[in-house]
Design a protein around this ligand. Structure first.
Ligand code: CUK
Ligand code: CUA
Length: 652
């Protein structure tokens, strides 16, 4: 395995690093863990040669990513924020960050996780256990999340610009982002499953189902026993993308990792790295082969109709375990602890990335009917298994028959031809590998423009690298990640740009700009659901939110209604008693774009965004006697500093 060389640079630091990593590893194939086997001296030498090797190519092609002042990008990128819990919107090819969309985090700028409107969305579908936990902990909402996989809704195999969905591995949640306002509009917690990780969508006829993999095995109510981990299971979940209700769950064996769905609307897939059902690294990596679980969607729907399920914590759960010999699932053996799972844009193949095996396993989707009918065996659906390099994690496509796989240990992108890989598997003497390109360093996901749709256009590929090491000015012990842009429009991949990113992009979607059309301001009619509670309360108080300047007292509850028009709040001062429960409603009545106001109340942990035509509200206890200024925290006018007021809190 260690003789795979970089075609571009001969035996560069990558093969060197890969060799060191592989030989430093104690257990077979666990070279990923062996990265620590690379000494600082080796890293330094290697880095110097890498910088030299790359400079001609990057300099020559640098222009390709320059989008001048005032010019617009051609693609949106929906980038995961990993353990930052947010989604980031970037532009391609400039790789400029356009926006951050808070989801599973709390956000100081917009008040996400603090405003009444955001808390309602965040907490609306918590399980009873989570609500009890929040209460016991004195938390308003889960303050963190680990967002890996943002993906956009489909109609007929391509993006329809309606929604994005993403997972939270840390707190077992799935979100939906409404692309017209670029805000999270639903968050649901998934019961029964643990470690919601892989997330992909039904492509055909539309989304449809949102498929979410439960990564961690645990005792599932009514099936597993705490005392015996061999009875623990993972749970695969299908969510209705329109209602955001859980349609069904399937009980499966082994830790589910990543997933995808076909282009025909018949099957979905999930890789598994722990067929051993072990709880330790040694145990999980013991087998030479793990598997990919295939789900037969029509069979599952028929099973639900026929009542072949158990209701577990309010969810319909079918039995798809390996030993159950279920009609709902098949387990395809795949070497070795496979990770990424990617459908090719021609709709023909599913790529299963070997991670601890240097191979990608290619499954022919057209053979799955026969597999489920019992006419062929599991491995008969495999039509290629090219050996590509060390640590294949994820694969992207150019729509011209080529695949691009990230090699984590080799720190490379490998371009290979799918049909040649199939010929080689049949025994023909062809080499499917077209090119290997160094990336910096240790790539995880990659994604090509429109590459997970039938409209894959083969223009750009982004490599999301886990380590930046020496690539940027040292930022301290915690280094940024490194996102790299690769031009794939020609015969050769060319690295054109890289930039640092904060913790920690896993995945992204690259969408033609024409597919997404966000609004320029909020729409009081269309978006009324956002401030529905405020509207109802205002009606009871005889207040029109868009004209309000009113303080309403009801016992120890105080409601303050105001508008924001540059450069003033309609209520410049209000008075409450210490201990009152105060709700402030602010409506921004500006009609022009980019005139966002804010409301920050000093000393109360409160700040919120109020976009043009939006209403935002926040509730708090006036526990601190004295004078507390509130001010607009979005620079909106020459008199922005003067856009302020005072809350007077009279002591008890
Ligand atoms: S996983 Cu991160 S590199 Cu969560 Cu998609 Cu593969
Ligand atoms: Cu309104 Cu600053």
């Amino acid at each position: 395995m260690s003789d795979i060389k970089s075609e571009q640079h001969g035996l560069s630091r990558r093969s060197f690093l890969g060799t060191a990593a592989a030989s430093g590893a104690g257990i077979a194939g666990a070279g990923i863990l062996g990265l620590a086997g690379c000494s600082p001296k080796e890293e330094g030498q290697a880095a110097a040669s890498a910088a030299k090797a790359d400079s001609p190519a990057s300099a020559a092609a640098h222009d390709a990513s320059v989008v001048g002042p005032g010019e617009l990008d051609q693609y949106y990128g929906f980038l995961s924020g990993g353990q930052s819990g947010e989604v980031r919107l970037i532009g391609l090819p400039s790789m400029r960050e356009l926006m951050r969309i808070p989801v599973f985090n709390m956000d100081s700028a917009t008040g996400w996780g603090r405003t009444n409107e955001s808390l309602k969305i965040i907490n609306a579908h918590n399980t009873a256990e989570t609500n009890a936990f929040l209460k016991a902990s004195g938390l308003r909402c889960m303050p963190n999340g680990d967002l890996h996989h943002p993906h956009l809704s489909f109609t007929d195999g391509t993006y329809d610009g309606r929604y994005a969905y993403a997972n939270d591995k840390a707190n077992n949640r799935v979100c939906r982002i409404n692309l017209s306002i670029m805000k999270t509009d639903r968050i649901i917690e998934i019961p029964n499953a643990s470690g919601i990780h892989g997330l992909r969508l039904q492509r055909y006829p539309k989304t449809g189902y949102v498929f979410a993999n439960g990564e961690h095995i645990k005792p599932v109510s009514g099936v597993g026993s705490l005392a015996d981990e061999k009875t623990w299971n993972a749970v695969y979940t299908a969510i209705d993308g329109e209602t955001m209700e859980i349609a069904w769950q399937v009980l499966v064996d082994g830790n589910l990792d990543n997933g995808d769905a076909d282009y025909q609307g018949k099957y979905s897939f999930a890789t598994c790295y722990n067929s051993e059902r072990a709880l330790t690294v040694q145990g999980m990596t013991a087998n030479e082969q793990d598997w990919c679980v295939v789900f037969d969607l029509a069979a599952i729907e028929a099973g639900i109709k026929a009542g072949d399920f158990k209701e577990v914590n309010g969810v319909k759960m079918l039995d798809g375990r390996a030993e159950a010999n279920s009609k709902y699932t098949r387990y395809i053996p795949v070497p070795n602890s496979p990770h990424g799972c990617n459908a090719s844009p021609d709709g023909k193949y599913i790529m299963l990335n070997g991670k601890l095996s240097p191979t990608v396993t290619v499954v022919d989707v057209s053979k799955l009917d026969d597999l489920f009918a019992g006419k062929i065996k599991e491995r008969d659906v495999v039509v290629a298994e090219p050996q590509l390099g060390l640590g294949p994690l994820h694969t992207a496509f150019d729509g011209r028959g080529n695949a691009y796989t990230t090699l984590f240990i080799d720190s490379q992108m490998v371009k290979w031809n799918i049909e040649d890989a199939i010929k080689a598997y049949k025994g023909e003497k062809v080499d499917p590998i077209r090119q290997k390109l160094d990336v910096h360093y240790q790539p995880g996901h990659n994604h090509s423009t429109m590459g997970e749709t039938k409209e894959a256009d083969g223009k750009y590929l982004v490599s999301l690298n886990k380590f930046s090491k020496d690539r940027f000015l040292n930022a301290g012990p915690l280094k940024p990640e490194c996102d790299q842009l690769i031009d794939i429009s020609g015969d050769e991949m060319v690295l054109v740009h890289d930039n640092p990113t904060f913790a920690e992009p896993h995945d992204l979607c690259l969408v033609a700009a024409s597919k997404v059309n966000p609004s320029k301001t909020w729409d009081r009619q269309r978006d009324a659901w956002w401030w529905q509670d405020a509207e109802e309360q205002a009606k009871k108080d005889g207040v029109d939110l868009t004209k309000a300047a009113k303080v309403v007292r009801e016992g120890n509850k105080v409601r303050v209604y105001m508008t924001a028009v540059a450069p003033a709040f309609s209520v410049p001062q209000f008075e409450v008693n210490q201990g009152d429960e105060v709700t402030v409603y602010v409506t921004n009545v500006e009609t022009i774009e980019d005139l966002t106001h804010g409301f920050t109340l000093e000393g109360h942990g409160i700040a919120m965004e109020i976009g043009p035509q939006q209403t935002s509200s926040v509730t708090f206890i006036a526990a601190r006697p004295g004078v507390h200024w509130y001010y607009c925290q979005w620079f909106c006018h020459a008199l922005h500093m003067e856009m302020a007021g005072q809350m007077i809190v009279k002591p008890k």
